[in-house]
Design a protein around this ligand. Structure first.
Ligand SMILES: [Zn+2]
Length: 248
């Protein structure tokens, strides 16, 4: 298929124009016009680019691309090396940030809920990005932490009473610790996100609502893979996911 067709299809699928975001969504670096192989990754790091290009990708699709609102606008250092690598190989970079967190089926939060066997019942947070739902069956915080570790291949940092029963769960992938208070206000027994901040400990401690920091990278592995699989199926493309593990 053509790069422009993929760009337009994704824009409509993910409703990219509906979001206020901190980075451009869509084609960030333009490569060859025709696509057969698409690679996906969480972050457009040098390692992900190297592996995707060695595999023969025509385009790389990621959740974390480049050109963030507060970053230096200059193309120097690691940004120069990454962009030069893409341009030299005529490979496109497409990035989908908040629209990919939010999508009702393919999004990071939809996929995270599926992985942890959570049924979504509502949305909250800025641009309705976070989810609220319930577990298939109540578990103790300890059991739920264990499930999270098994599914996300990483030990979460957990603040709360290990024996507490968890029924209602709120979740938002990535660096969404800022929604913890809203999750508490909405009656969650536990809140799962990627990262934790100092004040989350006290909030968890004094409200009795558990906080689970399950990894920014780990909670955001699943949306971009679901998008890649969907595109491969729909357009007969070859797809491969490149995972550079990240402890954060
Ligand atoms: Zn993120």
């Amino acid at each position: 298929m053509l790069l422009n067709e993929l760009r337009d299809y994704n824009a409509s699928l993910l409703q990219t124009s509906q979001f206020k975001d901190y980075c451009p969504n869509g084609v960030q670096v333009e490569g060859r016009a025709e696509l057969r192989r698409i690679a996906t990754g969480v972050t457009a790091s040098q390692q992900v680019l190297d592996e995707a290009i060695a595999w023969g990708a025509d385009a790389v699709l990621v959740h974390h691309g480049y050109f963030w609102r507060n970053e230096e606008a200059t193309v120097v250092g690691i940004k120069k090396r990454r962009i030069a690598q893409l341009l030299r190989n005529d490979v496109s970079l497409l990035a989908y940030h908040l629209p990919l967190d939010a999508h009702a089926e393919l999004g990071n939060n939809a996929q995270l809920g599926k992985l942890l066997d959570l049924t979504g019942q509502g949305r909250f947070g800025d641009q309705d990005i976070a989810w609220l739902g319930s577990m298939a069956q109540p578990l103790t915080l300890q059991q739920f932490s264990k499930l999270t570790a098994e599914k996300l291949l990483r030990m979460p940092q957990v603040i709360g009473d290990a024996g507490k029963t968890i029924r209602r769960v709120a979740w938002c992938s990535g660096g969404a610790q800022g929604y913890f208070e809203e999750a508490i206000a909405r009656g969650a027994d536990a809140y799962i996100t990627g990262e934790i901040s100092e004040q989350c400990f006290h909030l968890a401690n004094e409200t009795g609502v558990a906080f689970i920091a399950a990894g920014h990278h780990a909670t955001e592995r699943y949306g971009i893979q679901a998008l890649g699989r969907h595109l491969a199926e729909r357009f007969g493309l070859e797809h491969r996911f490149f995972d550079q593990d990240n402890p954060v």
